[in-house]
Design a binder for this molecule. Sequence first.
Ligand SMILES: [Zn+2]
Length: 278
Amino acid sequence: MNISLMQIGKQPFRWIRRKYESLGTHHCYVCKKTLRRFRPYQDGQKSFSPFILELQCIGSDVENFSCPFCGCHDRERHLFMYFDRLELWHRIEKSKVLHFAPEAHLSRRISELNPVSYVKADLFPSSSEIQRIDITQIPFDDNTFDMVICNHVLEHVPDDTRALMEISRILRPGGLAILQTPYSNLLQNSFFDPAVCTDELRTRFYGQKDHVRIYGRDLFSKIEQAGFALKITAHHDLLSDIDDSAYGVNPDENLILVMKHLQTIYPQSNECSNIRSA
Ligand SMILES: [Zn+2]
């Protein structure tokens, strides 16, 4: 009885809160709602250590992170914008798609397009629709997929060289991959230190407790070494008419779109280790 009364009592407050959230000048590109503000990731910029702030990492908009209505994150909203403008949805309709750490709204939209095949993958699946797949040992034949979506995943993967080689292997020649990940333009080489081995240290030096490095500009040569041509699309070129602040996306985060070369020679395992140590 008490619980029912409490539930009834909460309804007006929920309604008022929703109304309050909807009064504003911000807009969610995914659910199309108007809102007062996006919710920050943790404490926003205040969550970052001086070390991370100094590096000016390009990644999520942590101040304008999640939508209070649909829960989408800034990087998911951003992909919707890029997909719209580049008409990537049409490509998906005729494609075999492999999607790592699938975002809810993006994966629903892809499913609605009825692609030739659509595999949702995660090392730690959150539902039965998602297959348990290790990105460094992808259980599919060479040249299987037309598109791979890997949105803010590589920064969590210890052997990212192997992951990139695997993505390249299972993509068909000419296939596309989206490889968003945070990086710092101020670093020539990615920062990794084996001594950074606790949640606290990873948060301080990599920005999140489950990140395993800070990428530098060598991210792009790593991608190229895995057999890809860079097809990076700048936010400022494609989405300059979007009010990034109102729509809650980071205008410095370009689309890291890459294409597998039409002719690729797969390195043998010893060559992989050479790339890894380069
Ligand atoms: Zn929304």
